[in-house]
Design a protein around this ligand. Structure first.
Ligand SMILES: Nc1ncnc2c1ncn2[C@@H]1O[C@H](COP(=O)(O)OP(=O)(O)OP(=O)(O)O)[C@@H](O)[C@H]1O
Length: 658
């Protein structure tokens, strides 16, 4: 009840204090921060809806509400303080040049902060890198500070005044790195307010985290679902949230999908009954697929606000991030193409001092691919220049991050990459959502991402906070149809400028240009230094993903075998356990080598139908290009191989957690 009174008060204050029309000065300021091109005035594009808005009367009410809402928009952080809406310490932390140094709110901040201060449940959808973190931190902290029952330390005081059961807001994020990043930002915003921010993330010592909460108390807990559930469900932890007023799901669609939804529900069950303790729920993401709306509605209060800063028909990637698809001759061409991109950027940068140094994230679909590629590039990194030419990577740093590293190593990689000027980060999807690495110039995705949302979030690691960037998607020609079905509506254009991407390495290396041959040879030399066991493990881990993204599974095996020999430098493709091959439905493909003694079902190879008389070794993916004109949508709900073609769920079957 108290929360409702408190929020009603703020809402009234907003209405009384806001200037009647700010739109004229608001739009140009936002335009300055947002994309400089192709933009219609922001107000015209913005959507702000309240659910449910089903009939004409409610549509009219919604229109009135929208008008009132827009007339009340505040766009400068300083104005939030001037109107008595936000604590001066918070505003000083945000605006002071020696601190965060921000002045004008982004579109999503302007549109949501007042809503959130008013106590509404809000679902906010805005493009990646547009400041959603501050959009929920500022009102959440203010709402905690406005609670007269709050105990907090005096700004300069050292005495402990928050208890371990004083948690007022819980912020849940799908990854540890993101939780740590949010907590770091929250600590900056809260400086001098007496609010205590704590983290609860997996992979760290639970005991020491608990001791910190017990010792210093906690008002705002940021964490990952597993560890939060663990702490709140453990009666001996001494940590509970009986006064919790705010629940925030960052990257909400990810938290509400199959991978996490059960844990989120269990956490909700550990929180106070919302009919007894008023609770506001906030959800934010750049993507809100239709499939999660049912879960959203189940979690939010009826009549929650949906603030969307992009049009329904707009793909939530930035127009200023050019996105290119490269159809590789084979996956063995992927790392040479990454190296070619890095070298050509370095060469351009040597000519143009205004060009930022190459800072790229390279995404793969499995941890072993990340590991193997990073190992090869670390060898490259250590290669010195000689009479034949300069060191392949110059001063560029190489980092890797994925879930099989220890948490300390993950945090280290994230911090090192964040600080680096010129670097490549080989990454699994642990960094694809929310991570705010500054100055990323390139996002390169090797292989099709698990779904459309993953593509969008990965691309969102560049082009943040008004900066420029480039997106590259490397696919095999045999994945063309899959690409069209899953990602065909995204703003990608095909690129054919990378000479290392299209070269038939088995046949044409001798006749390639010196620069192309050098790049490929450097990768081959580096790969020769990497352990064969790592290569074999990687080959096996790729079976599952590639066999689903290729139109024909046999072609996936041919591509993988070519990668093993021409990319990994193995003498022959590794063998695979018969049981694994059977589980993946690959045991009838004669080009897949089974381990000794493994039974093979009769190799009828249905994929050869219609291509009889053609030796498998001759099969060239270049021939597949002739199929590109074919409509990708002329297929039924299931592909001929039984793969579901809907966007629901993972493209690779059961969802893993990176
Ligand atoms: N009003 C602002 N003006 C300028 N920069 C801002 C503003 N608000 C936030 N930023 C900066 O923009 C960057 C991106 O912010 P943030 O990480 O919150 O984006 P996001 O929308 O949550 O992205 P994602 O969807 O990837 O999670 C950060 O570096 C942040 O400091």
């Amino acid at each position: 009840m108290l929360g409702a009174v408190r929020r009603f008060g703020v809402s009234q204050a907003l209405r009384a204090s806001a200037p009647r029309s700010l739109s004229a000065r608001w739009a140009p300021q936002l335009l300055k921060w947002q994309a400089p091109t192709n933009r219609v005035p922001v107000l015209a594009k913005s959507l702000h809806t309240s659910f449910p808005a089903l009939n004409a009367a409610s549509a009219e009410a919604a229109a009135q509400e929208k008008e009132l809402f827009e007339s009340e928009l505040i766009t400068e952080f300083a104005d939030l303080q001037e109107k008595g809406l936000i604590d001066p310490s918070i505003i000083r932390n945000i605006t002071h040049p020696g601190r965060m140094g921000l002045k004008t709110m982004t579109e999503v901040q302007s549109q949501t902060i007042s809503q959130m201060l008013g106590g509404d449940d809000v679902l906010a959808q805005a493009k990646t890198g547009t400041g959603k973190t501050l959009a929920f931190l500022v009102p959440t902290m203010q709402n905690i500070l406005s609670d007269p029952t709050l105990t907090r330390s005096k700004p300069q005081g050292r005495h402990r005044s928050a208890g371990s059961s004083d948690i007022r807001a819980l912020i849940i994020s799908p990854t540890r790195e993101l939780a740590e990043q949010i907590a770091a930002e929250a600590i900056k915003v809260a400086a001098g307010t007496g609010l205590v921010v704590q983290t609860a993330v997996g992979g760290t010592h639970k005991r020491s985290g608990l001791m910190r909460i017990q010792r210093d108390g906690c008002h705002l807990l940021v964490g990952t679902p597993g560890r939060i559930k663990d702490i709140l469900s453990d009666p001996s932890s001494g940590v509970s949230a009986p006064k919790l007023n705010t629940l925030i799901l960052d990257e909400a669609d990810r938290l509400l999908d199959q991978g996490f939804s059960a844990e989120i529900n269990e956490i909700k069950d550990l929180l106070p009954d919302p009919s007894k303790v008023d609770r506001q729920t906030l959800m934010l993401s750049a993507t809100v697929p239709k499939e999660v709306m049912t879960m959203v509605k189940r979690t939010m209060k009826p009549g929650f606000k949906f603030v969307k800063t992009l049009r329904d028909d707009e793909v939530p990637t930035h127009m200023r991030v050019p996105q290119k698809t490269v159809f590789l001759h084979g996956y063995e061409n992927a790392l040479p193409a990454v190296l070619e991109l890095a070298k050509s950027h370095q060469a351009r940068q040597a000519e143009d001092q205004n060009l930022r140094p190459f800072k790229a994230i390279v995404y793969f679909n499995s941890t072993s691919e990340v590991n193997l590629s990073a190992e090869a590039f670390m060898v490259l990194r250590n290669m010195r220049g000689d009479a034949r030419g300069p060191a392949p990577l110059g001063r560029m740093r190489v980092h890797q991050i994925h879930s099989r590293l220890t948490q300390a190593a993950r945090t280290n990689s994230a911090n090192n990459f964040r600080r680096a000027e010129e670097a490549i980060l080989f990454s699994s999807d642990v960094t694809s959502r929310g991570m705010d690495f500054p100055e990323v110039t390139h996002v390169i995705q090797v292989g099709p991402p698990r779904d459309r949302e993953t593509y969008i979030h990965r691309i969102g690691r560049t082009g943040r906070a008004g900066k420029e960037g480039e997106g590259w998607l490397f696919l095999h020609d045999g994945e063309y149809e899959f690409f069209q079905n899953k990602l065909g509506d995204l703003p990608l254009t095909e690129d054919t400028t990378l000479s290392t991407a299209s070269l038939n390495m088995a046949r044409d290396l001798d006749t390639a240009s010196p620069a192309t041959a050098e790049t490929i040879t450097q990768i081959k030399d580096a790969m020769n230094e990497v352990s064969p066991i790592m290569k074999e493990t990687t080959y096996r881990s790729q079976l599952g993903t590639m066999s689903q993204s290729f139109t024909k599974r046999r072609n996936a095996i041919l591509a993988l075998n070519s990668l093993a020999i021409h990319g990994y430098g193995l003498p022959e493709p590794p063998s695979v356990k018969a049981s694994i091959a059977r589980n993946l439905g690959l045991d009838r493909i004669k080009e897949l080598k089974l381990e000794e003694g493994g039974p093979r079902r009769r190799a009828i190879d249905p994929f050869d139908a219609g291509r009889r008389g053609r030796g498998s070794e001759d099969f060239s993916f270049e021939d597949r290009r002739s199929n590109r004109g074919r409509s990708p949508h002329g297929r039924s709900g299931h592909s001929s191989e039984g793969r579901p073609s809907s966007r629901t769920g993972s493209l690779y079957g059961a969802r893993s957690r990176y």
